[in-house]
Design a protein around this ligand. Structure first.
Ligand code: CP
Ligand code: NVA
Length: 298
């Protein structure tokens, strides 16, 4: 039994095993010989909105022989203040695994500890490990290995998605450039923990020059809505658009974890010109998460 709580804590060998199995899951979709979740019921416990993560886990659990049970945190006693550790102990006695999207990373960790069932982080304020695994699968499909490549993240460089990217950089040996205003750059402590080849800069053009991948995420993450106006003002200009793409390597991938806000972190023309990659990326959530589920019960 295993947990996927963060990219930080995921061993490189496990990451490589999941990524290799994701290729098989994709190739053999609808023809799986084994049903590793047969007879199991998995909770999908969500405290925040979701389209991709919810759908891909509901479909993924089902395709591996299990039954997904979607639980909005607001609809169970957790939403009325029942402690995580009590919710976890109840679920641990009735369910076989849990996929948990919430705010604090410590809540997912506490859930895993008290439930004793495989627990998967479906996004916290700190990390979005499933997203980064799908992104790496997409890059490997389109560019071959990610080792030695340059990935440039543009926008809010301190939110969950770039932080998971930071922890992947050292494990898989690529260069990560984070182009953000100073106050949206990751902390020195995080950079030290990630210990990879990571450059943080306010110089968007320098960060994009020669990049193999340009990547962005929303300027206003879930839970940060009260800061909307100040974030939009501060991040203005940190956008992937046609002139930025021209600075990257010819044929560079443009990626977005979605949902996208056109005119903010990406312009409409650039988004649509790269829709094939962006929606392959979204589709790969299903394949890589099936590999995660299989790994988690092994
Ligand atoms: N990218 C992502 O996690 O999308 P959702 O918030 O729709 O699940
Ligand atoms: N950083 C974004 C990711 C959405 C998938 C958020 O947390 O809202």
């Amino acid at each position: 039994m295993k947990n996927l709580l963060s990219i930080e804590k995921l061993a490189r060998a496990d990451m490589e095993r999941i990524l290799a199995d994701a290729v098989v899951m994709k190739r053999e979709r609808n023809r799986h010989k084994s049903q590793p979740l047969a007879g199991q019921t998995w909770a999908l416990l969500f405290s925040k909105s979701s389209t991709r993560t919810r759908i891909s886990f509901e479909v993924g659990v089902t395709e591996l022989g299990g039954r997904p049970m979607f639980l909005s945190a607001a609809d169970i006693q957790l939403g009325r203040g029942e402690p995580i550790k009590d919710t976890a102990r109840v679920m641990g006695r009735m369910l076989h695994g849990a996929v948990f999207r919430t705010y604090a990373q410590s809540d997912v960790e506490e859930f895993a500890k008290y439930s004793g069932i495989p627990t998967i982080n479906a996004l916290t304020d700190a990390e979005h490990p499933c997203q980064i695994l799908a992104d790496i699968q997409t890059i490997q499909e389109k560019l071959g290995s990610i080792a030695g490549k340059v990935v440039t993240f543009v926008g809010d460089g301190a939110c969950n998605v770039p932080v998971s990217w930071m922890f992947a950089a050292a494990k898989l040996g690529f260069e990560l450039r984070i182009a953000s205003p100073k106050r949206f750059q990751p902390s020195a402590a995080l950079l030290k923990r990630a210990n990879g080849q990571i450059i943080c800069t306010e110089d968007l053009k320098a960060a994009a020059r020669g990049a193999d991948v340009l990547y962005t995420d929303v300027w206003v993450s879930m839970g940060k809505e009260a800061e909307s106006a100040t974030r939009i003002k501060a991040l203005k200009g940190y956008q992937i658009n046609q002139s930025l793409v021209k600075l990257a390597k010819p044929g560079a991938l443009v990626m977005h974890c979605l949902p996208a806000y056109r005119g903010k972190e990406i312009d409409d023309a650039t988004f649509e010109a790269n829709a094939q990659t962006i929606f392959d990326q979204a589709e790969n959530r299903l394949h890589v998460q099936k590999a995660v589920l299989k790994w988690a019960v092994s």
